[in-house]
Structure formats: structure tokens, C-alpha cells
Design a protein around this ligand. Structure first.
Ligand code: FMN
Length: 175
């Protein structure tokens, strides 16, 4: 199978990670993959905050019930509202959410391609994250991607979904 297609198909969210560190060069490769994600109107409103410090990660886990991993690296995807407003867009513009999704997927696929593990997290207190990371008012914290090495003990999640094929999700031509 083509390497890109194999990478897409074998990526799974990992919620149990070891403390083994991730190399700086690997993080930069992942951030570059995010940079090449498609962006509505080529606006590129996403900004990325990389968190490695153990104490900051501990504080973030306290305010993020959806973060089951103890990942050595967190990438927080933020929307920069100065960029959005400079182009006359508002929070109602769906491209902003889609941009977060395209970046998140590029980050997760690049991470998987490097032999590392990734898991997205959207369940957290935005206000608490804002305070912990000292975010300026024009940055909103949209999605964490936890990055690390899969723990030897990690379980496989969502087995029922593995039975669903693209045919179950697709209509041809008309509904
Ligand atoms: C928008 C979005 C939000 C998500 N939020 C969380 C989260 O807060 N915590 C978590 O453990 N997984 C989260 N996930 C991961 C999904 O649960 C996961 O992608 C799904 O169960 C399918 O598993 P797979 O990606 O391994 O195929 C999120 C995924 C998406 C796309």
C-alpha cells in the first residue's frame, strides 16, 4: 500500500504514553507539517504553543479532564483573532474551525509517520488554560495535541468502530 495511505489508515489516538522525551528536531518536523495544512483563504490564523516543562504540563492536566495522557510534549493550536479580524472575518466563519482540524490532522499524521504517538484533547477549561499559559486576549486555545511515545501497556480504543467501512458513511450521487 502507498506509504501516505498506510499512514492515514494506521494512525490511532493514543491515550497512554511513556515519559520518554521527544527530540527537538521531531517537534520541528511536526510543526512544519502543521504549517503546510490547508487554510481557508490562505489566512493562516493558527498559532502553536509547544509545552515541554513538566510543571506546566501537570497544571494543564489538572484543568483538562479529556487529557488522559502524560505526554512529554503538548502542542496547543490557538486562533489568533488579530489575523481573523484584520481580514474582516468573525467567530461565525466556519473556516476557522476547519483550519484547526486540518492542522490537527497534519500534526497527528506527521507524528505517526515519525513513529510517535498523538492524541487530541478538546475537553479543558479555556479560561484556566489561558491563565496557565499567559495567553494574550487575542489568542484562543482551541485544541491540544499530546505527543509522545506509546506506552507498552497502552490499550486499543474504540474497537466497535473498526467494523465501520467507508461504505457505511457514503452516499453516491444523491441521498
Ligand atoms: C474534535 C475532536 C475532539 C477530540 N477530543 C478528545 C478529547 O478531549 N480527549 C480524547 O481523549 N480524545 C479526543 N478526541 C479523539 C477521538 O475520541 C478519536 O479520534 C476517536 O475516538 C477515533 O479514534 P481514532 O482517531 O484512534 O480512530 C477528539 C477528536 C476530535 C476530532
Amino acid at each position: 500500500m502507498n506509504e501516505t495511505l498506510r499512514n492515514i489508515k494506521t494512525r490511532r489516538v493514543v491515550r497512554e504514553m511513556s515519559e520518554e522525551p521527544v527530540e527537538r528536531e521531531q517537534i520541528e518536523t511536526i510543526l512544519e507539517a502543521a504549517r503546510w495544512a490547508p487554510s481557508g483563504g490562505n489566512l493562516r490564523p493558527n498559532r502553536y504553543i509547544v509545552i515541554k516543562a513538566a510543571e506546566t504540563r501537570r497544571l494543564l492536566r489538572l484543568v483538562a479532564p479529556g487529557m488522559f495522557q502524560r505526554a512529554p510534549v503538548l502542542i496547543l493550536i490557538c486562533t489568533n483573532w488579530q489575523v481573523v479580524e484584520a481580514h474582516g472575518l468573525t467567530a461565525r466563519d466556519r473556516a476557522l474551525l476547519i483550519d484547526i482540524g486540518t492542522a490537527a490532522q497534519n500534526i497527528m499524521l506527521a507524528t505517526h509517520a515519525l513513529g510517535l504517538a498523538a492524541g487530541p484533547v478538546t475537553s479543558y477549561s479555556k479560561e484556566a488554560v489561558r491563565i496557565i499559559l499567559n495567553l494574550p486576549a487575542h489568542y484562543s486555545p482551541e485544541m491540544f495535541i499530546c505527543i509522545g511515545h506509546k506506552a507498552a501497556s497502552a490499550r486499543q480504543g474504540m474497537r466497535a468502530w473498526q467494523k465501520i467501512t467507508w461504505r457505511d458513511l457514503t452516499h453516491w450521487e444523491r441521498f
